[in-house]
Ligand binder design. Structure first.
Ligand code: COA
Length: 164
């Protein structure tokens, strides 16, 4: 079994060979992630094998977001006021094809949830929202308890109660 190190994105990471099978996500980590971090638009966390710490195996991004109360499932919305609701946003999460199917996706998702839980002591959110890039990605998130927002099969929510 491979052991991984997860850390904040830095310029030493070799992103050129990263291929998760999704062009937009490959392009993002290669060309845009570093500048988004610099502009405080997102935080990017990278996973590398413990014995090859500049080899990018996977990554995820975290930023602050909000959703309209009326966009939430009724079971969540009925406990909340009718103004925009703060959430954490996993904008992107991807695993290189060489490392897929070996548990890294679930490690990255668990790490993202842990980071949100820690941050929520200082910055309140009602849950984590993800934008799934396609049906297969949405199925991955549903597997871990995310629920699709009504009428938006590609935007899913994991309410705090599901993982806090
Ligand atoms: C989706 C992705 C992140 C999964 O990563 P991975 O490392 O292959 O996933 P894991 O090996 O950790 O799988 C964890 C669990 O999720 C399940 N799973 C993985 N991909 C799944 C999918 N597409 N649909 C449903 N379940 C899925 C696995 O069966 C496994 O289940 P188990 O815990 O019961 O054994 C990866 O395939 C990927 O990067 N795909 C391309 C980019 C993408 O779609 N990103 C997400 C949207 S931004």
């Amino acid at each position: 079994m491979i052991s991984y190190v997860i850390r904040a994105h830095d310029v030493k990471i070799d992103t050129k060979k990263f291929n998760c099978g999704h062009l937009a996500l490959n392009d993002y980590i290669r060309r845009y992630a570093a500048q988004d971090v610099k502009r405080d638009l997102t935080r990017v966390f990278v996973a590398t094998p413990e014995d090859d710490i500049n080899h990018l195996a996977g990554f995820f991004t975290l930023s602050a977001g909000s959703v309209k109360c009326s966009d939430l499932p009724e079971s969540v919305a009925r406990k909340l006021p009718r103004y925009p609701i703060p959430v954490a946003l996993i904008g992107r999460l991807a695993v290189d094809q060489v490392f897929q199917g070996k548990g890294l996706g679930s490690i990255l998702l668990a790490e993202a949830c842990l980071k949100v839980k820690q941050a929520s002591a200082s910055l309140a959110v009602v849950g984590i929202v993800v934008d799934a890039k396609d049906d297969s990605a949405a199925a991955f998130y549903r597997h871990f308890g995310f629920i699709a927002l009504p009428g938006k099969s590609d935007r899913l929510l994991l309410p705090n109660a599901a993982y806090f």
